[in-house]
Every structure is written in structure tokens, then in C-alpha cells.
Design a protein around this ligand. Structure first.
Ligand code: NTF
Length: 839
């Protein structure tokens, strides 16, 4: 008892010291680094001052980790990804460092509100959706599991556009995330590398008289790395996100400048900088733009050169490169790394082809993230020939050797050769990036069991037949640090007080909550927390038309990119159905619902944008109709991003995961909802299948066709018109939209949606409509029994452990990367008081 007290006393003095130091840190940063004083400091200045102070506390660990990487026996994971959707850093770093409370206290004592400062951060939205966010969760888990890792990507000056609504239509505004200043990155100008484009290839004799090939690029740009420290949760490991920014190798052409052509002189600089200017805002769709291809090549070349440099810093040659680096290709966007690494090995480091190929294939592995054919990247051969002539030659050679192997395996089968070829020769010639990625690495993985099964049976069936052990499954996961601890402090606190906090790094430990599902006091607290979270959002988005949002309502949420395959319009048809039922029968006994939507549409995706307009139009009518608006409300939260995710997942009652079976590779929002105690209404698609297995069929609202039924239905000749004719409620719902009820009488506005549903219905919305509506009926009934609902919600959270990204990363380490944790010892290298002696 005495000892405990003494300790407590000690830590209290330490705590005071820390707070004092933090306060001094804020003031110093404000004064010396930002050059302002309190009287004229803006909120942004305070945000920067606090962030720099926190960053300083990571610096020791960051430098320490880099030193550990440089030890010969550590193996580094390089995660190559065109997108990293990191979300705001400050709050996450405070949690992972374990100094949230102290910083909040220091802020308060300095007259600042930490929450306000946290909310001020402009998030780096350098990704479209699932794929980019997955990369961010994986970086968190890699660091938390003490796996040495570098995330390599592009430092887009403009990330994902900001979404606003203009008369219900999506409007895209440019994202200026860098404008307020980014306190989390370090520019490493002296680590720049050069990247070529265009030009030609030539043969030459080297010093030993050996005939070689080299690429003589027509242009060069410089890649400048910007490093962001990625902190693990309460460990000494601080990994690194290294994003490349493009610059002209020289900023002025003096010859042109001297003759007075100022614009000409800066032209080259502008062109170079275009490369990392903007993120392509399309998910699940490949557009074949040359700039996009060059973005991919640019960051991949920078990254491979960087790894080679790191490697040669410790070793004499690249023979053992694949023992030092495991390089993961996040989808095919970085697949051009395969010929680039071959070029660097053969042309630059003078390896013979076979040895080089050995190194390359032992280094790379490829993750597939989609089943949609339109998302499979292919680049016109002619485009590659112009931009990357040497790479095209290398791709041809890879293909020639690969097809020899295929022919040997399947003598006389010309069809299989045609299908597996890296070059698509069915019309205009294309390079198929998925085939290149499959051939160029030692492992391929899907991102959920069902997805992997479908890859094996359809998309990659030939590759699976040729190499039965190469294609494996690693189900996606999300980080509980960000998606519970940071975003849902109330729930995290309740769980902590009930079962301790081991679950934060070992999510299976949430199982200890199971018995508490029967504990009425715990259930009541659970309900209060959900209610408080719901109240927060009601205050935040107070309704303009109609009554305020009702926190007692069932919060029915669909947040994700707007895409026909994700079927936001199926959700909408259910809403219109309820609207009609209520209009026809005001006494109807259904619980009040607030339907919440969030998500962006690709700017060029007309149908998705029209669906946004339709949701907003239905919202206008429903929210403004006093006959229904106490029981039915719709909120479309604009500009859905990570930050908004933080408030959405904790307040949801119901998670909509309603894609057509066989279309969603995994989904990760489904996991975040369930972790926060929302129940899922979903199809047997993506990771829903596994979530249902884990939480129990009785705690999951399943509806709709499975993959087999979808196939059978289509094979039998699917005709949506028949369903429309036979189903009265559906008929009425569609007609209400078609006759202009939600469009001020305009019958043309939503015709493309209606026509698509009635004529083709590519994602079988009508076929699943009745099952969905019936299932939603059941959802409503269960919600009217709060005890039952809460029990199910607690069991969802208790059994969600599998979907921690820590589990996914552990599997990648074991099955693909062959890396082990490399704990970093804390050898404090203080900046010496007497200054530094430079070597
Ligand atoms: C997405 N793919 C899938 O659509 C999601 O189902 C999956 O959860 C995430 O990847 C992460 O694996 C893409 O974003 C892309 F770009 F590949 F289409």
C-alpha cells in the first residue's frame, strides 16, 4: 500500500514535469518556429505548435528505429501503394504515444481546447477509399507489431477532392491539405533520386566487351522524399511513410531565361511538378491516362532506387536483396516495379537475366483488391513504348520466357497462352498489369475468403491452375487504435473498465465481453454510450428542414464510395417503400429511422452522381413532409472522409453492407461498424461472410442471393422488368421516382437510373429488393426490443477480434514476407547539451 502510494506520488511529479515541458514546448514552437505570439496566433498556429511539440517527442524513437533498420539482420517490409488514406495524425499519435491526457491538460492550462485543435487538422486524403485506407491501417499495425516497414507512395499536392452539394448535386472542390502547413513530414532534399521518361534504348559494349542495353531517357525529373513518422502503439518502433514529390531537375532553363523566355524557362518545371500534383479520383475504374501511368512509374522507380541505396549501404551487392526487403504491391498500380527492378538489376547493376529474375520474383508479392473487370488495369502498348521504351522491351522478354513455360505446361493449348499472356492481343495491344504482377512475384493474395475463392475460380483461374500454391487468402483487417480508441473514447473507456486494455493490441481479448451481454448494468451503460454518440451527431448536423434529428431513432448508415455495385439505390428503394407505407398508413408501427449516407462519386461516373442527386432529392421531400418526418429522416453527410468516419462508426445502430454478392472484394467499413457495436444488414459478399461466421448468424441480418444464386439467375436470363411488374410495392416505389415526385415533377431527371434498373439492372437490385425489405422489417422489430438489440450489439463487438489489422499483418509476415518483429531497444540518443561534434 505504502509502495503503491509512493509510486503514485512519483508518477504524479513526473506527470507535472511532463505537463510543464509540454506547455513550454507549445510556447517555444509558437514563438521560434511559427514566429507568432499569443495575441496574434490563429487556431492553425496553435494546431501547428501543439503538433510540432508532439512530433518532437516522436523524433527520438524515429531516429532510433531508422538506426535499427540499418542493422544487417533486420528485414524491412516495403509497402508500395499509390494511395495512403492516413486520416488526421495528431489524435492518433497522442494515443499511440500514450500522452493524450498530459497534452490535453497542458493545452487546457495554456488556455487551449485540445479537441478543437484536433478537429482543426486538415486530413491528408491521399486515397480514394478502401484500398488506401487499408494501407494506412496496415502501417499502423506494422509499427505496433514492431515490424520494420516503409510505406512508399506519392505526395499528391491535391488529394481526394472535397465534396459539396449544390442543389443536391455533387460538386468537387480541390483539396488543399498542404496549405495550412504539414507538421508531420520531413523533406529530405538530399535524398532525391532521378527518374527518366521517353527517349530510346541502345546497345553498347561495356568495359569487358560485353554487349549491353541501356535506356537513354528523353527527360528526367527529380523525386524528393517526404518522410512521415508512423508510430506504433506504445512501442519504440516508429516506421516511415516515404512519399515522393516530383520536381524539375533544374528549376530554370537559363539559356531560355537569358533570351527573355521566362515562361518557357519555367515550363519544364511546371510539367515536372504535374506528376505528383493530383490524385486520380477513381476507384474501381481504370482510365488509361498517360499521366497516371507515369505517376505509377515515378513513385515506383524512386522507391526501388531508394531500397537499393539502403541495401548497398550495408551490403556489397544486391545478391541478398530479397533477404533484406519484402516488397508488397498494393494492387497493380505499382506493378511496373517488376520491369523497373529488372532494368535496375540488368542494365544498371549488370546482373544476368536469370539471376536478376530470381531476385525480383523473390522480392515481390501482389495483393488483388477487386473483382470488377473494369478495374483491371491495362496500358496500351503504344503508350508504354513512348513513355517507358526499355520497360516495354523487358516486359516482352518476361512474357516470352513466361509463355514458353505455359506452352510447356499445356502443349497445343493456344487459348491458355492467349489468356495468360502479359500482352493482350485481342485488338489494340495492351499490357495486362495483373498478369505482370502475378508472374513477377512469389505470392498473390485476395483480401477475403470469398474474394480469394472467386479469384481462383474466375479472374485468376489460369494462374491458380499453373501455380496452385501461389494464390492465398489474407482477409483484410482494420486498426482498433484508430477505429475504437481514437474515434470512440466513450466505448473504449467502458470496455477498459470492464476487461482491461489488452484488447487494444490483441483484439481477440474482446471475447471477455461476451458474458457482459447478459449483465443488465453493463448493457445499460452500453446503451447510454450509443445514445450519447448519436446525440453528438444530431447536434453536429442539426436539420435545416423538418424537425431535428432524433437520437432515439434507429441510425441506419451506409458510408462508402458511391457505386452501383454497392447498391445505395437499393437502400433508397427501401426508404421510398417505407415512405409510401407511412403515407398510406400513418398508424404503422415501425421504429423511427434516421438514414445516413456518406460517400463520394468519381467525378466522371455519371450514374453514381445521379444516385447522389436522387438521395438528396428524396431527403428533401421526406425531411420536409410533416406527415412522415418524425419517423423517417435522411441525412447525407457531405465530404465523407476519415475524419467523418471517426464520428460515424461510433453512432451507428445498423451497418449497410448490401453489395451484390460476388462484387465487393472485402469491405472494411463492415468491420469498423461491428467493432463499434452496430449490427449488419448484409449480403453474403466480401468479408461479410466471415463477419457473420464470427459474430454468429443469429446476430447478423442476412438477405439476398449468394454468388451461386446470382450466377444461376443470370444464366436463366434475368429480366428485371418481370419483377417490377409483379411486385406491387416495388412498382409503386419506382413509379414515384419516375413520375417526378422527388424532382418537382421532372420525369426526365432520374430516368437514367430507372431505365438502368428496369432494362439491365446489372447489379440485380430488383432481384434482391423483396428479401432486403423483408429483412429490414425484421431489423425494425428487433430494434423495438432494446435489450435484445443491445445483447446482439455487444456480441458483435466481442467477437470481432479476427478483423484487427494486427491479425492480417501477422499473416502477411508469416505467409508472404517471412519477417519477424524486430523490437527497437530504447537507447536514448539525446541531443548533447554541449552541442554536436560532426564527424
Ligand atoms: C477495394 N478496392 C475493394 O473494393 C474493397 O472491397 C476492399 O475492402 C478494399 O479494396 C481493400 O482491400 C479498391 O479500392 C480498388 F481500387 F482496388 F478498386
Amino acid at each position: 500500500m505504502t509502495k503503491k502510494k509512493a509510486n503514485y506520488g512519483n508518477s504524479q511529479t513526473n506527470e507535472r514535469k511532463t505537463i510543464k515541458k509540454l506547455k513550454r514546448g507549445f510556447a517555444y514552437k509558437l514563438f521560434y518556429q511559427l514566429g507568432v505570439w499569443t495575441q496574434n496566433a490563429s487556431l492553425n498556429d496553435y494546431y501547428l505548435a501543439v503538433s510540432y511539440t508532439v512530433r518532437d517527442r516522436m523524433q527520438q524513437l524515429f531516429i532510433n528505429t531508422i538506426r535499427a533498420f540499418q542493422q544487417k539482420d533486420s528485414k524491412i517490409v516495403s509497402y508500395l501503394s499509390a494511395e495512403f488514406l492516413m486520416g488526421p495524425h495528431l489524435h492518433n499519435n497522442l494515443i499511440n504515444l500514450g500522452i493524450y491526457d498530459q497534452v490535453a491538460q497542458a493545452a487546457a492550462e495554456s488556455g487551449l481546447d485540445l479537441q478543437q485543435i484536433i478537429d482543426h487538422e486538415e486530413e491528408p486524403g491521399l486515397g480514394n477509399g478502401g484500398l488506401g485506407r487499408l494501407a494506412a491501417c496496415y502501417l499502423d499495425s506494422l509499427a505496433s507489431l514492431e515490424i520494420p516497414a516503409i510505406g512508399y507512395g506519392i505526395r499528391y499536392e491535391f488529394g481526394m477532392f472535397d465534396q459539396a452539394f449544390d442543389n443536391g448535386w455533387q460538386k468537387e472542390l480541390s483539396d488543399r491539405w498542404l496549405q495550412p502547413g504539414n507538421p508531420w513530414e520531413f523533406k529530405k532534399a538530399d535524398m532525391a533520386v532521378e527518374v527518366g521518361s521517353g527517349g530510346y534504348t541502345e546497345q553498347y559494349k561495356d568495359d569487358h566487351g560485353k554487349l549491353r542495353v541501356r535506356w537513354v531517357p528523353g527527360k528526367l525529373v527529380k523525386g524528393i522524399p517526404y518522410d512521415t513518422p508512423i508510430l506504433g502503439y506504445r512501442v519504440n518502433t516508429v516506421n516511415m511513410l516515404r512519399l515522393w514529390s516530383a520536381e524539375a531537375p533544374k528549376s530554370f532553363d537559363f539559356a531560355e531565361f537569358n533570351v527573355g523566355d521566362y515562361l518557357g524557362a519555367v515550363h519544364e518545371k511546371m510539367l515536372a511538378e504535374t506528376i505528383s500534383k493530383v490524385l486520380y479520383p477513381n476507384d474501381e475504374q481504370s482510365h488509361g491516362k498517360a499521366l497516371r501511368l507515369y505517376q505509377q512509374y515515378f513513385f515506383v522507380s524512386c522507391s526501388m532506387q531508394d531500397m537499393i541505396r539502403i541495401h548497398l549501404f550495408q551490403f556489397e551487392n544486391l545478391d541478398n536483396f530479397s533477404d533484406k526487403f519484402a516488397v508488397q504491391l498494393n494492387d497493380t498500380h505499382p506493378a511496373i516495379a517488376v520491369p523497373e527492378f529488372m532494368r535496375l538489376l540488368v542494365d544498371v547493376h549488370h546482373y544476368d537475366w536469370d539471376s536478376a529474375w530470381e531476385i525480383v520474383t523473390h522480392t515481390f508479392a501482389y495483393t488483388n483488391h477487386t473483382l470488377l473487370p473494369e478495374a483491371l488495369e491495362k496500358w496500351p502498348v503504344a503508350m508504354l513504348a513512348g513513355l517507358l521504351p526499355r520497360h516495354l522491351e523487358i516486359i516482352y522478354e518476361i512474357n516470352r520466357r513466361f509463355l514458353d513455360l505455359v506452352r510447356l505446361e499445356y502443349p497445343g493449348d493456344v487459348d491458355v497462352v492467349r489468356r495468360m499472356s502479359i500482352i493482350d492481343e485481342t485488338g489494340e495491344r495492351y499490357v495486362r498489369m495483373a498478369n505482370l504482377a502475378c508472374v513477377g512475384g512469389h505470392a498473390i493474395n485476395g483480401v477475403a475468403q470469398l474474394h480469394t475463392k472467386l479469384l481462383k475460380e474466375h479472374t485468376l483461374v489460369d494462374f491458380h491452375r499453373l501455380w496452385p500454391d501461389k494464390l492465398i487468402n489474407i482477409t483484410n483487417g482494420v486498426t482498433p487504435r484508430r477505429w475504437m480508441v481514437v474515434s470512440n473514447p466513450r466505448l473504449s473507456q467502458l470496455i477498459r473498465s470492464a476487461i482491461g486494455e489488452e484488447w487494444i493490441t490483441d483484439l481477440k481479448k474482446l471475447q471477455a465481453l461476451e458474458p457482459l451481454a447478459e449483465d443488465s448494468a453493463f448493457c445499460e451503460k452500453w446503451q447510454q454510450i450509443k445514445f450519447a454518440n448519436k446525440q453528438d451527431i444530431c447536434t453536429m448536423f442539426a436539420c435545416k428542414q423538418g424537425p431535428n434529428y432524433n437520437p432515439q431513432a434507429l441510425f441506419d448508415v451506409q458510408v462508402k464510395r458511391i457505386h452501383e455495385y454497392k447498391r445505395q439505390h437499393l437502400n433508397l428503394l427501401h426508404i421510398v417503400t417505407l415512405y409510401q407505407r407511412l403515407k398510406n398508413n400513418p398508424e404503422l408501427d415501425i421504429p423511427p429511422r434516421l438514414f445516413i449516407f456518406g460517400g463520394k462519386a468519381a467525378p466522371s461516373y455519371f450514374m453514381a452522381k445521379l444516385i447522389i442527386k436522387l438521395i438528396n432529392s428524396v431527403a428533401e421531400v421526406v425531411n420536409g413532409d410533416p406527415a412522415v418526418n418524425k419517423r423517417l429522416q435522411i441525412l447525407f453527410i457531405p465530404n465523407y472522409n476519415v475524419q467523418i468516419g471517426h464520428i460515424v462508426y461510433p453512432m451507428a445502430d445498423l451497418s449497410e453492407q448490401i453489395s451484390l454478392a460476388g462484387k465487393e472484394a472485402s469491405g472494411t467499413g463492415n468491420m469498423k461498424f461491428a467493432m463499434n457495436g452496430a449490427l449488419t444488414v448484409g449480403t453474403l459478399d466480401g468479408a461479410n461472410v466471415e463477419i457473420r461466421e464470427e459474430v454468429g448468424a443469429e446476430n447478423f441480418f442476412l438477405f439476398g442471393m449468394n454468388v451461386g444464386e446470382v450466377e444461376a439467375r443470370r444464366a436463366a436470363g434475368y429480366n428485371p422488368q418481370d419483377i417490377y411488374n409483379e411486385n406491387k410495392e416495388l412498382h409503386a416505389a419506382i413509379n414515384l421516382i419516375a413520375t417526378g415526385h422527388f424532382s418537382h415533377g421532372d420525369r426526365e431527371l432520374f430516368r437514367p437510373v430507372i431505365d438502368s434498373l428496369l432494362k439491365h439492372d446489372p447489379f440485380m437490385v430488383l432481384a434482391d429488393y423483396q428479401a432486403y425489405v423483408d429483412c429490414q422489417q425484421q431489423v425494425g422489430e428487433v430494434f423495438q426490443d432494446p435489450q435484445r438489440w443491445t445483447r446482439m450489439a455487444i456480441l458483435n463487438a466481442a467477437r470481432i477480434g479476427k478483423f484487427s489489422s494486427d491479425r492480417s499483418i501477422t499473416e502477411y509476415c508469416r505467409k508472404i514476407w517471412q519477417v519477424k518483429p524486430f523490437p527497437v531497444a530504447l537507447t536514448l540518443q539525446r541531443v548533447p547539451d554541449g552541442g554536436i561534434k560532426f564527424p
